[in-house]
Ligand binder design. Structure first.
Ligand code: ACO
Length: 269
């Protein structure tokens, strides 16, 4: 499935069928949605390639950047999935709908695997979003820890308008970021959230001019990499666990992580 190319000191792999490119340069991995002629629409192959990348991510990688080639980050699921013919070689919703309930949920779980690894404590994932991020595109941006938006970015959770629910792991980060009321409003109206509003309501860490997106993400990656790896991993683990814990439980988690840090940094051998 993968054809390997080497270029510019970085190792690049092209997942042609999935419409992805994957590049590792030192501690930074870049996943590029690379089907600009279809506005980087996603298919089952895209999600399974994302899961493969997560499964085989080189151990030295600390920052994973997800970006899109062309004018849009991603126009969401490939709309051919909604036709009886589907996407060549990958079926259609009509075919998936013939599965029994557990098998259908298992199919969705496979797709979700492509998104879930982006929250691992050992890495920080950054979505670099220009233009449209619709449906699965918005959810892919939400699957990342951080979002840097070009000021032309337009986010839209279109699934409910199509009779579906957002199922590519996007609902929890959306609610965590904007709260349940705003999340209901965004999803059930399927309206477009522009970059300026996205930053204001917590959906983006940074908004920059489209021509500055690459450099802004590079600067952010450099700043993230300046923090010692083990401390960054432990801190991310701590922060991600916080919403599910009481203050006392979180304090205990802080003690636990810090004890390990202090021993690692100061214990004499
Ligand atoms: N699936 C398959 N092909 C797509 C998709 C998609 N999701 N989005 C765009 N394309 C194709 C178009 O058919 C068109 O192909 P063509 O040149 O052969 O006609 C090409 O990409 C360019 O699309 P345009 O619409 O011409 O590009 P424009 O920049 O004007 O608009 C936009 C971009 C707004 C993203 C528009 O294409 C669009 O609305 N796409 C559909 C979005 C959508 O409903 N996605 C599903 C969300 S739900 C989910 O993800 C689960």
């Amino acid at each position: 499935m993968a054809e390997a190319t080497i270029g510019g000191g970085a190792e690049q792999v092209s997942f042609t069928e999935a419409g992805l490119r994957f590049e590792v340069d030192g501690e930074i991995a870049t996943i590029t949605l690379d089907r600009p002629e279809r506005r980087n629409a996603q298919t089952f192959a895209t999600w399974s390639a994302l899961a493969d990348i997560g499964d085989t991510l080189p151990g030295q990688v600390r920052v994973v950047v997800i970006r899109g080639e062309g004018p849009s980050f991603s126009a969401g699921i490939d709309l051919r999935m909604f036709t009886p013919e589907g996407v060549p070689g990958q079926g259609s919703f009509a075919a998936v709908a013939t599965l029994d309930g557990p098998a259908l949920e298992q199919r969705i779980a496979q797709a979700q695997r492509g998104f879930l690894w982006l929250r691992r404590p050992e890495i920080v994932s950054v979505a670099a979003v220009q233009g449209h991020a619709i449906g699965a595109g918005f959810q892919l941006a939400l699957a990342c820890d951080l979002r840097v938006l070009a000021d032309d970015a337009q986010l839209c959770m279109k699934e409910p308008a199509l009779g579906l629910v957002p199922d590519l792991t996007g609902t929890k980060p959306l609610v965590d970021l904007v709260g349940p009321s705003r999340a209901v409003e965004i999803c059930l109206t399927a309206r477009t959230v522009a970059a300026e509003e996205a930053a204001r309501i917590g959906l983006a860490e940074l908004v920059v001019a489209p021509g500055e997106l690459t450099e802004a993400v590079r600067d952010l990656a450099a700043a993230l990499l300046a923090t010692p790896r083990d401390a960054a991993t432990a801190t991310k683990r701590l922060l991600h666990g916080a919403p599910g814990r009481t203050l006392e439980e979180q304090s205990a988690a802080e003690r636990h992580e810090q004890a390990a840090r202090v021993k690692a940094l100061f214990a004499r051998s």
